[in-house]
Write a new protein. Structure first.
Length: 145
């Protein structure tokens, strides 16, 4: 039994999907390391990145699902979302550097005590909010494909 030939557009979609996933993994590594430096501990960076990544991906996929399904050109939407995520990845080091400079005075003793539950929750909330624009765009690409 032979396999049917794929159309060139199907191959391009598959390549775009693979490259999108590879870029998302690269962003995740970048954000994990930057958040680890910003928050003062690699474990907090990993937890913050995972919280932000999953929250943003879920929100993006859920909120843009209908628009992608009803849209005239889901590939154009996919391209705009990927470019938006890439732009966010480019500016995120500066954003996190700014956060690192401003965070300790704003949070006071809660941020200094990495052992407390309050510090962990606060860290996850901050990381989620900081990463939300980029991860939202990445999550929204899933229904666009």
């Amino acid at each position: 039994m032979s396999t049917p030939e794929r159309a060139p557009s199907d191959r391009l979609l598959l390549i775009a999907f693979v490259l999108s996933g590879a870029a998302a993994l690269g962003y995740e590594i970048l954000w994990t390391r930057l958040l680890g430096l910003t928050l003062g501990h690699e474990t907090l960076g990993v937890l913050g990145t995972l919280a932000g990544f999953f929250a943003g991906m879920a929100l993006g996929a859920a909120l843009l699902h209908r628009r992608a399904a009803e849209g005239r050109d889901p590939l154009a939407l996919f391209a705009r979302l990927e470019v938006s995520a890439a732009i966010f990845a480019i500016v995120s080091p500066d954003l996190l550097h700014l956060l690192a400079a401003r965070l300790p005075p704003l949070l006071g003793p809660i941020a200094g005590d990495n052992q407390s539950g309050g510090a962990l929750v606060l860290t996850l909330v901050i990381a989620t909010l900081v990463l939300l624009p980029g991860t939202f765009c990445l999550g929204a690409t899933l229904p666009a494909l």
